[in-house]
Design a protein around this ligand. Structure first.
Ligand SMILES: NC(=O)c1ccc[n+]([C@@H]2O[C@H](COP(=O)([O-])OP(=O)(O)OC[C@H]3O[C@@H](n4cnc5c(N)ncnc54)[C@H](OP(=O)(O)O)[C@@H]3O)[C@@H](O)[C@H]2O)c1
Length: 328
């Protein structure tokens, strides 16, 4: 029987999500990789237990996480049954719909039909009555925003999700979605954009929109799939994502030019007394309005190392300038 560490809440910092009442841990754990059928169940269990034992209360899923699609939610449902059912009220569980999930015209994008039926399927797979956060996973150029936001509004009213959010929306798209949802009487809790030292697009207006509208922000892929760590500095290790599960990180992406930049960032991190992974995560949460940073992990040691950012030193102006010179 799993008994979580009794001091777990002393080790983590919790930030308020925008102007809502909900707090999220500074670090959240995503189940995009390492929770499908190619990862042993006990490895998954160790990752989830390590996270929770160190104050990570927020687990992020989506209908299509796997492989195959749905398998991460199905596995999480079994973890829920074994470990978490007595801790449900200590957890924030998120899921999403918006990418292709099942064949035909009703399993993709942002229709009311897709979002509501997908959430019903997710709840069954995960063995839960409700999720804490349900996201529209990506903008839909064809469905009226009123229909997509209307579905999110009704999902909150139905009690199947306590809060709702959006992901991968641009600044302009986010502003419109927030306005439409608010006009129905539901607050947009959070946005989930990709943000890292190697992808600074959210700085072009999105972070300001979220901050102005009281919407929280959680950055995904803050280590750019693991590139912003020391693991690829001397080749591609066999146990890395690029070697073992290169669906979204092709080895060709790791060019000499990119790795030279990563080596220079690694030197800045070393001079700050941090690993590159720690510096990359600390850099993302340097914005007060960044509620949480959403990591992936293949090994429990990675979670432990990443949790050290709770005690990270602030960035000096010269450190930030040096990072800008390499990444802007
Ligand atoms: N909304 C969206 O569209 C969207 C898209 C993508 C992701 N997400 C969410 O964001 C989460 C995180 O994404 P991500 O997995 O790409 O995040 P990431 O943090 O950029 O990359 C995670 C990977 O980096 C490596 N890593 C982590 N900590 C490390 C450390 N301390 N030292 C060395 N290597 C380390 C591990 O890879 P190895 O396997 O190589 O060890 C790990 O699997 C996902 O699980 C998902 O919940 C959302």
């Amino acid at each position: 029987m799993y008994i979580p560490h009794s001091d777990r809440y002393e080790e983590m910092t919790y930030r308020r999500c925008g102007k809502s009442g909900l707090k999220l841990p500074l670090i959240s754990l995503g189940l995009w990789h390492n929770f499908g059928d190619i990862t042993p169940f006990m490895v998954q269990q160790t990752l989830l237990r390590t996270a929770f034992d160190h104050g990570i209360t927020h687990f992020d899923l989506a209908n299509n996480y796997g492989p195959p699609y749905g398998e991460a939610e199905r596995n999480f449902g079994e973890h829920m049954r074994r470990d978490w059912h007595t801790h449900r009220d200590e957890l924030v569980i998120s899921t999403k719909a918006g990418y292709d999930m099942w064949p035909g015209p009703y399993g993709d994008f942002g229709s009311r039909k897709y979002l509501i039926s997908s959430l019903d399927q997710s709840l069954k797979r995960m063995n839960v009555d409700y999720v804490d956060v349900f996201y529209h996973h990506r903008p839909d150029p064809s469905t009226p925003i009123e229909e997509t936001m209307g579905a999110l509004h009704d999902i909150v009213r139905s009690g199947k999700a306590l809060y709702v959010g959006i992901s991968n929306y641009s600044a302009v798209q986010a502003e419109e979605a927030i306005r439409v949802l608010e006009s129905m009487g539901t607050h947009m809790l959070i946005h989930q954009p990709s943000y890292s030292m190697l992808n600074r697009a959210p700085e072009q207006g999105l972070l300001d929109v979220l901050s102005d509208r009281g919407v929280g922000c959680i950055a995904f892929s803050p280590l750019r799939n693991g590139i912003l760590t020391n693991k690829y500095l001397h080749g591609i290790p066999a146990d890395s994502r690029a070697a073992s599960d290169p669906r979204y990180l092709k080895p060709d992406y790791l060019t000499d030019e990119l790795l030279d930049k990563v080596r220079a960032l690694n030197t800045i991190a070393h001079d700050r007394g941090q690993s590159l992974a720690e510096m990359a995560l600390s850099w993302v949460v340097r914005h007060d309005s960044m509620t949480s940073v959403l990591i992936g992990a293949s090994k429990p040691e990675q979670i432990l190392q990443n949790c050290k950012i709770v005690h990270a030193p602030p960035f000096s102006k010269s450190e930030l300038d040096a990072i800008d010179a390499l990444t802007l």
